[in-house]
Design a protein. Structure first.
Length: 348
């Protein structure tokens, strides 16, 4: 197995606020932070590209989707062929077969129950969603709560491209080139207090445009959450695009979370609320079926879903389970220390 990605950056991860440890699960703040910093500094760093040059101008989409050229460039070590700031499939925590999925794969096969429960429903119905203007409310235990216009929330942050695996709890997966910025940058900006031990997220509630919300499939609005150290981890992104373009509505426009070592439903879409809280926040699928979907929902081939195995996955567009599932989706070297001492069977 090749080495997982280490995100670019020469700074150490932001320090966790005092009191962010979760003693009942064995998380230790100081050792976790130190090990994250060591992991980041021990790997070759990739070069960020200037924020004023969109990735779509640096690397044509035809290059992105030409898989043979992409893999050849990785094998030859020709990072320039992938464009500065982007991460190759090998550097993203995978093996040589971790080729990018096509734009069509990524944008036409989706779980976004706000637009329907079938995989083709989001692309069919999400066009009705109005994404401008868009506001995001940031509140809770922070020194600088605010309701941001999307442009104001994004403008201080440098956008970068990251290629990550996406592993759905349903045992299918893709490899996706996201565009966005590290969530920890926003966290540093709003300055959580020592009471903030978790971050809770909320999706837009607008049933007149999101037809799936007209049925009680879930307890709307969709909500998710991360422990503070998970939110501060450099792999955790707020994504605004893919393939160097703005996110399509069906993929969570205009702002979504991407947490690559967790099952896909943790990566909440169309975010309108970010709240810093003291207690573990409720999450949509855990509320719906707690015996099947835990708060943590880390990718783990050794913990099966009650109704199917998680040991293998279907890497789309294949039709069979053609890939072995990796612990933490292949990012164990970067994130396993976050769960030291935890029973991963219990805290699934």
């Amino acid at each position: 197995m090749s080495q997982p990605v280490v995100c670019r950056g020469t700074q150490r991860p932001a320090r966790l606020a005092k009191g962010t440890s979760t003693t009942d699960t064995g998380f230790n703040q100081s050792s976790s932070e130190l090990k994250t910093a060591v992991a980041l500094e021990s790997k070759d760093m990739l070069i960020r590209k200037p924020s004023d040059i969109p990735s779509s101008e640096i690397t044509p989409e035809s290059v992105y989707v030409n898989r043979r050229k992409f893999i050849a460039s990785v094998a030859a070590g020709a990072v320039a062929a992938v464009a500065p700031g982007e991460v190759s499939a090998r550097q993203a925590g995978g093996e040589a077969q971790d080729t990018l999925n096509s734009w069509e794969d990524i944008t036409t096969y989706n779980n976004f129950y706000e637009f329907g429960t079938r995989k083709g429903d989001p692309v069919q119905h999400a066009g009705a969603l109005t994404t401008s203007p868009w506001t995001v409310k940031v509140d809770g235990h922070v020194m600088k709560p605010a309701t941001y216009q999307l442009e104001d929330l994004l403008s201080p942050h440098e956008m970068e491209d990251r290629i990550y695996r996406l592993r759905c709890v349903e045992a299918w997966s893709m490899v996706i080139p996201w565009r966005g910025f590290e969530l920890r940058r926003l966290i540093e900006r709003v300055q959580p207090t020592s009471q903030a031990k978790y971050v809770a997220f909320q999706t837009l509630l607008r049933p007149d445009e999101m037809i799936g919300q007209r049925r009680p499939v879930l307890d709307w609005p969709y909500v998710e959450g991360l422990r503070m150290d998970e939110a501060l981890h450099p792999l955790t992104l707020l994504a605004t695009g893919l393939y160097g373009k703005d996110l399509p509505n069906q993929n969570g426009a205009p702002l979504r979370l991407v947490v690559p070592w967790k099952y896909g439903f943790k990566s909440i879409k169309s975010i309108v609320g970010i709240r810093f809280v003291e207690d573990e926040p409720p999450t949509a699928w855990n509320k719906s079926a707690p015996q099947e979907y835990g708060f943590y929902s880390n990718v783990n081939p050794n913990v099966d879903h009650p109704r199917w195995s998680q040991r293998r996955e279907t890497r789309l567009p294949a039709l069979t389970r053609n890939h072995p599932t990796q612990l933490f989706n292949g990012y164990a070297e970067q994130v396993a220390h976050l769960y030291e001492g935890m029973d991963l069977q219990k805290y699934y």
